[in-house]
Design a protein around this ligand. Sequence first.
Ligand SMILES: [Zn+2]
Length: 100
Amino acid sequence: MAFNHGKAYHGSEAVEGGKLRGKTGRTDYFFFLCPQCVDDQILRILDYEFREPAAPVNRQETKSPAKYFDLAFHLYCPNCQFEDFAKIDNNHKAGLLNPK
Ligand SMILES: [Zn+2]
């Protein structure tokens, strides 16, 4: 089954601008937290997709990634039924609110 049934997708304003947060649990696994629930409700990941990484950004840093990746996640809150999309990569230029 194609990710999002092959349809275009993009995270909404509900996850942009620092509103989507997360943390590790008891172990080293990382969880996204629902931006609408108040009690650190963990989001489920309904699906994911490997995307083609963009051309590597040339940074003046001591080390650089050995491999590049770009992953998209379809997120879902079982408590409030929130659904959205978020992505993680290791190359993004504007990923932070105040990129250096
Ligand atoms: Zn929720």
